[in-house]
Write a protein that binds this ligand. Structure first.
Ligand code: HEM
Ligand SMILES: *[C@@H]1O[C@H](CO)[C@@H](O)[C@H](O)[C@H]1NC(C)=O
Ligand SMILES: *[C@@H]1O[C@H](CO)[C@@H](O)[C@H](O)[C@H]1NC(C)=O
Ligand SMILES: *[C@@H]1O[C@H](CO)[C@@H](O)[C@H](O)[C@H]1NC(C)=O
Ligand SMILES: *[C@@H]1O[C@H](CO)[C@@H](O)[C@H](O)[C@H]1NC(C)=O
Ligand SMILES: *[C@@H]1O[C@H](CO)[C@@H](O)[C@H](O)[C@H]1NC(C)=O
Ligand SMILES: *[C@@H]1O[C@H](CO)[C@@H](O)[C@H](O)[C@H]1NC(C)=O
Ligand SMILES: *[C@@H]1O[C@H](CO)[C@@H](O)[C@H](O)[C@H]1NC(C)=O
Ligand SMILES: *[C@@H]1O[C@H](CO)[C@@H](O)[C@H](O)[C@H]1NC(C)=O
Length: 271
């Protein structure tokens, strides 16, 4: 009996492993499950592409989960995993839990598209009021780069105007642009820089991949080059004034990933 139970457990574990065919059964977080401020990882956990409880996610699970769900290549998945590990406060951590990602100003930052700022309280659960501001700037049924950039900038402006402790580091500023690039890459056309608005809204609001709406994962793997390039395109599509306001507020200039318009760099050296 005991052996049979162990075998059954092993078989179930395999059936629900990341090698299972897509899509896996979806279910939201239940009691004892943990989630993050990232709609992407939360969705993957809800589908079982990552452990449904959101706990102790390993590099291998990240590589398989991001690959199977979204065709993110192994090198990029490993890079993102390294970022996630830094949010686990245990020394020499080899895994992370989704709630580790809520620690403020490691990856989690102010001016999110769908979460409140840490200053106001809950910085990790989806917030419809915040997201309604974001989607109000997605003016086309096929969201374009200008919509993506303007929505992000508007959220940053609101946070800067209302949060007395607003702040972004070089790293989190870059992350904020990269996160906007991520929904374009995962669900959109990376050449055109466009994505179906219905799919993106469904993704954010339900923390669920938009399979049911006709989305299929990219046929060409998403690499770090894609992410860097799309991130720079979001920066480029952001008006100089918006970029300048953020940069001045955090008192630095962009990290090496991002090319800052000349006048912004000049202003910052003076500030
Ligand atoms: C190991 C991989 C990943 C890690 C560690 C990670 C981590 C994070 C964290 C901590 C945030 C919160 C930033 C904030 O304060 O707004 C975030 C936001 C975000 N992530 Fe992820 N993420 C990962 C993969 C993905 C994937 C695969 C997607 C796919 C679409 C994704 C899409 C997003 C989006 C769209 C946001 C912005 C949410 C918002 O501004 O409200 N991420 N991510
Ligand atoms: C973590 O790793 C360092 C360097 O490898 C080692 O000196 C230290 O003892 C480790 N700490 C723990 C808690 O394992
Ligand atoms: C996660 O890391 C902890 C130590 O921080 C370790 O005890 C545990 O076995 C690891 N779990 C997995 C699934 O790797
Ligand atoms: C969502 O954010 C708005 C604006 O900051 C806030 O007033 C509201 O209380 C938040 N809702 C929840 C459920 O936290
Ligand atoms: C954000 O603020 C900047 C600087 O005040 C302004 O130029 C820009 O139009 C604002 N952008 C949005 C989308 O509100
Ligand atoms: C993506 O956009 C490019 C350039 O705009 C276009 O040539 C291509 O057909 C589009 N791909 C798909 C799958 O729609
Ligand atoms: C977006 O996807 C929906 C299906 O969910 C479809 O009805 C709609 O035509 C698509 N929009 C565009 C602009 O392709
Ligand atoms: C961003 O803009 C700069 C300066 O105009 C340009 O050189 C660069 O190619 C653009 N990057 C992308 C990825 O479009
Ligand atoms: C931010 O990045 C710029 C350019 O790489 C660098 O000169 C500056 O020292 C960085 N600031 C901080 C606080 O790391």
């Amino acid at each position: 009996m005991h052996v049979a139970l162990i075998l059954l457990t092993a078989v179930s574990a395999h059936a629900f492993s990341t090698e299972a065919p897509h899509p896996l059964p979806w279910s939201p977080a239940g009691p004892g499950d943990v989630r993050s401020p990232c709609p992407g990882l939360n969705s993957l956990a809800n589908h079982g592409f990552l452990p449904h409880d959101g706990k102790f996610v390993t590099e291998q699970q990240t590589v398989s989960g991001l690959g199977d769900a979204l065709n993110i290549d192994a090198a990029l998945a490993k890079l993102l995993f390294q970022g996630a590990l830094a949010t686990n406060p245990s020394p020499n951590a080899t895994n992370f839990s989704l709630d580790d990602l809520s620690r403020h100003n490691i990856i989690e930052h102010d001016g999110s598209l769908s979460r409140q700022d840490y200053y106001f309280g809950d910085n990790h659960d989806f917030n419809q009021t915040i997201f309604d501001q974001t989607r109000g700037y997605w003016t086309h049924a096929l969201i374009d780069l200008k919509d993506v950039a303007t929505a992000r900038a508007a959220r940053m402006n609101t946070s800067m105007a209302t949060n007395p402790e607003f702040g972004l580091s070089n790293a989190t500023l870059t992350d904020s642009f990269a996160e906007s690039a991520t929904y374009l890459l995962a669900f959109g056309n990376k050449t055109a820089g466009t994505v179906n608005r219905t799919w993106v809204e469904y993704f954010f609001e339900n923390e669920r991949l938009p399979d049911e709406l006709g989305w299929v994962r990219q046929s060409v793997a998403i690499s770090q080059v894609d992410l860097d390039s799309m991130t720079q395109r979001v920066v480029n599509a952001t008006g100089t004034a918006e970029t300048r306001a953020e940069v001045i507020r955090r008192g630095g200039i962009h990290g090496p990933l991002l090319t800052v318009p000349q006048d912004v760099s000049k202003r910052c050296r003076w500030e």
